[in-house]
Design a protein around this ligand. Structure first.
Ligand code: UDX
Ligand code: ADP
Length: 465
């Protein structure tokens, strides 16, 4: 097995695979990096001359792609050729929560991972290092290994776990200066050699003391745990936000006061309408499922409560809108500012906006959405995915306008669902004048200047205040 990697293939050109490989290629001009995907449209978008057409919006990503693309970074649909040529293969395919069968709604669906492993086994003619990049349940490496060893062509495989900790919206920054890189592998001579090969790739730009190496299972579990801890902080502060509302405390002041304790720290203490994104919920559900499968019911219940609290927060926000608008929102226009699960991304997976919209549509409100980066088609597909009502009904009750002022015109209320910076800079006086009165703002992200809004004449509801 070679220790110096020359040729990398990454299966899956999504939110994780695309940016990660772009940075690896940029920092290692001597390594050929090919990112492959079965989705031809996605690959075409990665190859588009107009960098605004890249399939993923991440600040700074266009410059990295511009520098490395067609130098040593390639995007292709020829999965077999890339596997064949590579000495190191990253698996970066999606692992959604299962929607059927055993573990439905909880366990990760490993269908795509297994298909990848089978494809690698079929195609590989030389020894390979296979790196799990997707977030996976603990001991998935065992599954991959078993498939590779039992169906392969007799070639040797080493499996590594190298979970990605990047957050969307800051992906490039996180990749350029990661808090840590984690690499797990088998504690055998060949395993250690494989770990060293991947350490070598990262050490082109990451200080060696920030590259942690562990056994496979620790690495896999660390990823789930990191996300569970972060999500738990959000649910903890969200739980307190309701208590603040009834007691007269201000959740931001509480968060600031506790965050000054260096043992607690200030991050991930912003109360909100609820966390979203592709990782938090999925990873906790995975943790819960694994704990249950080992009979650790107390452990499972403890972590499940983080999700229950998050669902409750979304529900509570929608209920507050309905109640404040005199318990009747049928036929009323409600403007949504933001649809993405957080700012600076076009990703909408598990976004709180979807659930709040769904609940308001149930009451027959007319939702009009403006988001700087999310397409109307994506919003409809998010709603349809919930499967609560027909596509035609969803299209009737939820529309999209590309201008924020038009979006808010004649609305009874504005709900802020994403913390896009541009919202703060709007001409709120102008927005107020064009709205129905009384005009309400429900700030689900705590981003606006509430005093200023109240001075203009708005009635403001902010979480935890
Ligand atoms: C997360 C992890 O941060 C990252 O390390 C991991 O690799 C993937 O999952 P991401 O989902 O991109 O990243 O977003 P993150 O910034 O963690 O935010 C997740 C959600 O929590 C967002 O909806 C955000 O708005 C919400 N959040 C975050 C809060 O409501 N309050 C906070 O204080 C922080
Ligand atoms: P993530 O957030 O984990 O990166 P995404 O859904 O954004 O997830 O990306 C995963 C990508 O993996 C998708 O573009 C999908 O088409 C691709 N994919 C899934 N299975 C395979 C496969 N067997 N071969 C190649 N690409 C795959």
């Amino acid at each position: 097995m070679k220790t110096k990697v020359k040729n990398i293939c990454c299966i899956g050109a999504g939110y994780v695979g695309g940016p990660t490989m772009a940075v690896i290629a940029q920092k290692n001009p001597d390594i050929k990096v090919t990112v492959v995907d079965i989705n031809a449209e996605r690959i075409a978008a990665w190859n588009h001359n107009d960098l605004d057409q890249l399939p993923i919006y991440e600040p700074g990503l266009d410059d990295v792609v511009l520098e490395a693309r067609n130098r040593n970074l390639f995007f292709s649909t020829d999965v077999d050729a890339a596997i064949d040529a590579a000495d190191m293969i990253f698996i970066s395919v999606n692992t959604p929560t299962k929607t059927y069968g055993k573990g439905k709604g909880m366990a990760a669906d490993l269908k795509y991972i297994e298909l990848c492993a089978r494809q690698i086994a079929k195609v590989a003619k030389t020894d390979k290092i296979v790196v799990e990049k997707s977030t996976l349940p603990v001991r998935t490496a065992q599954t991959i290994k078993s498939i590779l060893q039992n169906t392969g062509n007799g070639v040797k495989f080493q499996i590594l776990s190298n979970p990605e900790f990047l957050a969307e919206g800051t992906a490039v920054q996180d990749l350029m200066a990661p808090d840590r890189v984690l690499i797990g592998g088998e504690q055998t001579e060949l395993g250690m050699k494989a770990i060293a090969a991947l350490v070598d790739v990262y050490s082109s730009w990451v200080p060696i003391e920030n590259i942690l190496t562990t056994n496979l299972w620790s690495s896999e579990l660390s990823k789930l745990t990191a996300n569970a801890f972060l999500a738990q902080r959000v649910s903890s502060i969200n739980a307190l936000s309701e208590l603040c509302e009834v007691t007269g405390a201000d959740v931001d002041e509480v968060a600031n006061a506790i965050g000054k304790d260096s043992r607690i720290g200030p991050k991930f203490l912003k109360s909100s309408v609820g966390f979203g994104g592709s990782c938090f919920q999925k990873d906790i559900l995975n943790l819960v499922y694994i704990a249950k499968s080992y009979g650790l019911n107390e452990v499972a219940d403890y972590w499940e409560q983080v999700i229950i609290m998050n669902d409750y927060q979304k529900h509570r926000f929608a209920a507050k809108i309905i109640q404040t608008l005199y318990n009747t929102i049928s036929g009323k226009k409600i403007a949504f500012l933001g649809w993405a699960f957080k700012k600076d991304t076009n990703d909408t997976r598990e976004s709180a906006a979807i659930y709040v919209a769904d609940q308001l549509i149930e009451e027959q409100a007319n939702i009009v959405v403006y988001d700087p980066k999310v397409t109307a088609q994506q919003m409809q597909s998010d709603l349809n995915y919930l499967n609560t009502r027909s596509e035609t009904e969803n299209e009737t009750f939820l529309t999209t306008i590309v201008d924020p002022y038009e979006t808010c015109k004649d609305a009874h209320a504005i709900a802020v669902l994403t913390e896009w910076d541009e919202f703060k800079a709007y001409d709120w006086q102008r927005i107020y004048e064009a709205m129905q009165k009384p005009a309400f703002v429900f700030d689900g992200r705590g981003v606006l200047d509430h005093e200023q809004l109240r001075t203009i004449g708005f009635q403001v509801y902010a979480i935890g205040k």
